[in-house]
Design a protein around this ligand. Structure first.
Ligand code: ASP
Length: 323
């Protein structure tokens, strides 16, 4: 019997078209629906056009509404899997947010396209067909949210957009894809060990992300002292070290009760408390800065937005970021 798959469209290039002036924008609100006949060979597909957003317009609040809409759809109907189409710019963020928060126990796939629907070599149709095949495959169960793109399957936690235009943009540095899509089969070669789940109600914490650069001006951080922020993520150098000039301001933010999560600008490895000079990781850890576990900055920010609903104590947040 054919599997029942829900496809939820949220927008992005997969739903856009190129016009005569070579501008790409949402011109045809049925662009993704036109792929439907090609999906029906693989599953019994229900398609819902929920949003038509370029993904730079996405926010954590909209991601949370998407989560609620999906959970509600599952209360009314049974589906064996779900596919979400999304713009690629923030796709990894929505995928990871849903990985942390969505309570639906079926394969959940996020996909999109690098080339718009009427461009030569458009990758949207094949990505969507592959995604429906993956969502309908029982081996896709219990893998957390997965991203299907260019014949590869990636874990939401590790995947990131690595190229501005290439169709092979989605990669999982250090880990690689967890599976591949062949002409006739879906093959997994490894799987995430476990999945974190947080029951949340909202996603409106204000958590900026700051990147460390050589000789950075502390004024940018001092500005944050005047703002109402719930937390801060700092992308540090290498193993987790920062310019000494910004340390006093970080200390002031900590003293105000603002949790600070440290990630690395490097896209492989994780921050560690090793260097013991001024601004070095060991000193940052002693100050109470929370060390993340290999997440990139944009995902650590979402994890902080989500976990702040569970606790605001630095120690407990550190335990959650150790996971
Ligand atoms: N800028 C587009 C978006 O993220 C790119 C894409 O969809 O691939 O919506």
């Amino acid at each position: 019997m054919s599997k029942k798959i829900l496809v939820v469209n949220t927008g992005g290039t997969i739903a856009m078209s190129v016009d005569d002036s070579e501008g790409v924008k949402p011109l045809d609100d049925q662009a993704v629906n036109k792929i439907l006949p090609f999906l029906e060979k693989h599953a019994d597909v229900t398609m819902k056009n929920l949003l038509n957003l370029p993904s730079p317009h996405m926010t954590p609040a909209i991601m949370n509404q998407l989560r609620l809409d999906i959970e509600e759809a599952f209360q009314h109907d049974h589906y064996d899997g779900i596919v979400i189409t999304h713009g690629t710019d923030t796709l990894e963020e929505t995928a990871y947010f849903l990985d942390l928060t969505l309570s639906v126990n079926v394969p959940i796939v996020v996909t999109g396209a690098m080339r718009s629907s009427n461009e030569l070599g458009a990758d949207g149709p094949v990505n969507l067909i592959s995604s429906v095949r993956v969502a309908a495959d029982s081996d896709s169960l219990n893998k957390g949210v997965i991203v299907v793109f260019n014949d590869e399957i990636h874990a939401a936690r590790h995947v990131t957009k690595t190229h501005t235009s290439n169709v092979a943009t989605f990669q999982s540095p250090q880990y690689g894809p967890i599976g591949t899509i062949a002409k006739k089969s879906v093959q997994y070669h490894h799987a995430p060990l476990d999945r974190e789940h947080y029951a949340i109600t909202h996603a409106d914490a204000n958590v900026p992300l700051i990147k460390a650069v050589a000789g950075m001006d502390p004024a940018w951080l001092q500005f944050l002292l005047e703002q109402k922020i719930d937390g801060l993520v700092v992308e540090a150098f290498g193993l987790g070290n920062l310019p000494p000039a910004i340390i006093p301001t970080l200390q002031q933010l900590l003293d105000k009760g603002v949790p600070i999560v440290l990630v690395s600008r490097c896209y492989n490895g994780q921050v560690q408390d090793i260097y013991d000079y001024e601004g070095g990781g060991r000193k940052l850890k002693e100050m109470g800065i929370i060390f993340s576990n290999g997440l990139n900055g944009q995902k650590a920010r979402l994890k902080l937005i989500v976990t702040l609903q569970k606790t605001r104590t630095f120690k407990e947040l550190q335990q959650l970021f150790d996971h």
